[in-house]
Design a protein around this ligand. Structure first.
Ligand code: 5AD
Ligand code: SF4
Length: 446
């Protein structure tokens, strides 16, 4: 009988994409995929290290899973960002772990597991793959049947002082546009309606060759890629994450030209204080950022903007924090992810004195959250009475008779509906604005 593997994923969409890739490789190598950790022969955790709490989670989960076991002791493996950063020290921290696979070892996971199953004690692979990455994931191996995440660039060259990603994921590596386009065409043939182009900084997309972009205009390779993927005719295209300094206004021109490029931009600002932005080495000031926002507001289409903010960066004063509040009020975000600064080992910011107390970090977090909630309420209320095109993705978790999906402006929209709507794009008239979602009724199904 083939060994069964249970794979659990933490963190961002890049990790979700890597897990899909790992599952494909595992199945091709003859492993059976298991949906439960209780009886699987092998348990793999795909880990995130962006904040301390995320990085600790894997060790908590390993303990939980081992206590729930009904079968014999499993082979336990750690892949992803924690594996890449902590390497062999994971074996000492958690003696039940026997496989450590770094962020570039995804394609080799099957052989690493097979060595562990044969009794090799500690199997570790943190190396880069000679000859480059194999990114492809067939449409049939995806988590969702309607929305697919397609990596276009991996890693990051920015080295913002707080961030671990350049260390966990390495330098930027872009995928050839012809491969991306072929994958999107295949997804389209399999009925996918929405694609998210993903990367830590999609705007700095820079493939080695022009393959797939021949004859396509655009101010940057990313702008050309946007136009090339729009030309595939894929119904809805979204992309994340954008980086303010690399956010070229031609991106907005491309969105204006192509209806299938959705009207949503995730453009993290991190702070509203120039002093803090400098200490973060973001390469932009608050006013540079606001110019980008102005350009977005001037676009033909009404584009939703979301952002990430870190509160309590080392040295952030009450005055710095007020600058952040001011910026958030000025922009009027459709959504905001707020994080308390978390010191990551060996990043440049880790050598700074973190003089913002835990209490102060929490107080700032809550104050910013309240500010955002009040603004967001007003923004969401403006949608009442309007019609949104929603991709029906599943049943609503709160009310089983309702369906849920995202609009082209990336709002969560819930509405009464039945199973036949799944995977369809429907028009929903919004009747109620909730805190983080909209509610409405379907006025036309396809
Ligand atoms: N502490 C807190 N938040 C962080 N982020 C990245 N690194 C840290 C850190 N050390 C946040 C940033 C980023 C998001 C993905 O996570 O806001 O945009
Ligand atoms: Fe976490 Fe960043 Fe790694 Fe994604 S890339 S798993 S967010 S540390």
């Amino acid at each position: 009988m083939n060994a069964s593997v249970y794979l659990e994923t933490f963190g961002c969409q890049m990790n979700v994409a890597d897990s899909e890739r790992a599952n494909v490789r595992l199945q091709a190598a003859g492993y059976e995929l298991s949906s439960s950790a209780e009886a699987a022969d092998v348990i793999i955790f795909n880990t995130c290290s962006v904040r301390e709490r995320a990085a600790h989670k894997v060790f908590t989960r390993i303990g939980e899973v081992r206590r729930q076991r009904i079968g014999r002791e499993p082979i336990v493996g750690v892949m992803g960002c924690v594996a890449q950063l902590e390497g062999g020290s994971i074996f000492d921290a958690s003696p039940s772990v026997s496989v450590v696979a770094g962020t570039r070892a995804t394609d080799r996971l099957p052989e690493l597991i097979s060595r562990a199953l044969k009794g090799e004690g500690r199997v570790i692979d943190l190396e880069e793959r000679a000859g480059g990455e194999v990114w492809d994931v067939p449409a049939t191996a995806r988590t969702s049947k309607y929305v697919a995440f397609v990596p276009i660039i991996e890693g990051c060259n920015k080295f913002c002082t707080y961030c671990i990603v350049p260390y966990s994921r390495g330098r930027e590596k872009s995928r050839e546009a012809s491969d991306i386009i072929a994958e999107i065409n295949e997804l389209r043939r399999h009925g996918y309606r929405e694609i998210h182009l993903i990367g830590q900084n999609v705007n700095s997309y820079r493939p080695k060759t022009d393959s797939g972009l021949e004859g396509i205009k655009g101010a940057t390779p990313f702008c050309r890629l946007l136009r090339a993927v729009a030309a595939t005719g894929m119904e809805r295209l979204k992309f994340t994450t954008s980086f303010p300094r690399d956010f070229h206004p031609d991106i907005l021109a491309a969105i204006d030209e192509h209806e299938n490029l959705c009207e949503w931009i995730h453009l993290p600002v991190q702070s509203g204080s120039d002093r803090v932005l400098r200490a973060m080495r973001r390469g932009h000031t608050a006013s540079d950022y606001l110019k980008r926002i102005d350009a977005i507001r001037r676009a033909r289409r009404n584009i939703s903007v979301t952002s990430d903010i870190i509160v309590g960066f080392p040295g952030e004063t009450a005055a710095d924090f007020r600058e952040t509040l001011k910026l958030v009020e000025e922009v009027g975000y459709d959504g905001l992810y707020i994080f308390k600064y978390s010191e990551r080992p060996d990043t440049p910011a880790a050598s700074l004195l973190d003089d913002v107390t835990r209490e102060e970090k929490s107080a700032r977090f809550m104050e910013l959250e309240t500010t955002q909630r009040n603004f967001q309420k007003k923004i969401y209320e403006r949608y009442v009475g309007r019609e949104l095109r929603v991709l029906v993705e599943g049943a609503s978790s709160k009310s089983p008779s309702d369906k849920t999906g995202h609009s082209t402006c990336h709002k969560v929209v819930n509405f009464p509906g039945d199973g036949s709507m799944l995977g369809q794009v429907v028009n929903v008239r919004i009747t109620v604005a909730k805190q983080n979602s909209l509610y409405g009724e379907v006025i036309s199904a396809p």
